[in-house]
Write a protein that binds this ligand. Structure first.
Ligand code: ADP
Ligand code: MG
Length: 286
């Protein structure tokens, strides 16, 4: 059987290319072979074009190589970003740039900008977003996740109810350790909507374990409509809630959101527009 990627063919002397075309073709084929073995597909694909431009514009060897490998690096980065985005399961396309600060009085713009740099991930700082429904908690949490994915961090977004359900299923199926490893993995874990849905009894211990194993190692962004004083009630266990909060808050940024619901604001604006559009217009009789 012949090996298609075997590159142990005759070496061409780069200083003596005679007969010119013969050697050039063989070196070109060897180069394509090297790129294929190294799985540098984007560079292999761009090679003929790059060599042609390099010859036309008399690029130096260094510049040509840099250009060719730059194409491969760009393709690799785009592939990795797409992979991180797929893994993250962002529920909406919300970004920090798309956050309207005028509609969110009291939200510290400088603090959000600072969080947007992702520096907090390096110190395993947690972020708590607390406020009533519609005030932009999920928007900001997804925006932070979006920023983290683009900065190269492995990120995963889930809801408290979904996390609890997955842990419960894993426990029944004997995959508890694997499930815990999964939630320990991402550099940023977003847990949305703690407090909205009633959680089953075992959810408190699942959430506690996820928080405990990430403590001081990796960050959690958590959104909730309930004040921390109510977490005992939310989790149905005041001792576990206290232990969990102790770890979450030890190194954390707490953001309180308040004001009117953005959803209702939108709704009111639409209703107002409709009223204006359908109001009978008074005409002057001529
Ligand atoms: P919460 O999670 O606090 O209930 P969301 O973040 O889901 O609220 O916000 C509800 C909707 O309103 C979403 O579509 C969100 O993008 C939008 N929204 C809320 N606050 C803002 C804001 N300040 N700027 C832009 N969009 C906002
Ligand atoms: Mg929400």
């Amino acid at each position: 059987m012949t090996n298609k990627t075997d590159t142990t063919t005759t070496t061409v002397n780069p200083t003596n290319d005679a007969p010119q075309s013969q050697s050039a073709v063989s070196v070109y084929q060897q180069l394509r072979g090297h790129l294929a073995v190294l799985k540098l597909d984007a560079a292999a694909q761009a090679l003929p074009q790059v060599l042609q431009i390099a010859a036309e514009q008399e690029w130096t060897m260094t510049y040509t190589l840099e250009h060719l490998l730059g194409i491969e690096v760009d393709a690799t980065e785009a592939r990795r970003l797409a992979g991180r985005l797929r893994f993250a399961c962002l529920p909406t396309p919300a970004t920090l740039d798309g956050f309207d600060y005028d509609a969110a009085p009291g939200v510290d713009r400088a603090l959000i900008r600072e969080l947007g740099t992702c520096a907090y991930l390096e110190s395993a700082t947690n972020v708590l977003l607390i406020g009533p429904p519609g005030t932009g908690k999920t928007h900001l949490a997804v925006g932070l996740a979006h920023a983290a994915v683009h900065a190269g961090y492995r990120t995963y977004v889930t809801t408290a109810a979904d996390l609890a359900a997955r842990c419960h299923k894993a426990a029944i199926e004997g995959r508890w350790a694997t499930c815990m490893r999964f939630f320990a993995g991402p550099t940023l874990l977003v847990i949305d909507e703690l407090g909205y849905l009633p959680l089953p009894a075992e959810a408190a211990s699942a959430l506690f374990q996820v928080v405990a194993q990430r403590y001081l190692k990796t960050s959690i962004v958590i959104t909730t409509n309930r004040s921390v004083a109510e977490w005992g009630e939310v989790l149905g266990d005041t001792t576990v809630a206290a232990a969990m909060l102790d770890r979450l808050l030890h190194r954390s940024v707490v953001l309180k959101l308040d004001g009117d619901s953005y959803r209702l604001r939108d709704h009111h604006a639409r209703t107002q527009n409709q009223r204006t559009a359908t109001a009978p217009t008074r005409r002057t009789l001529q």
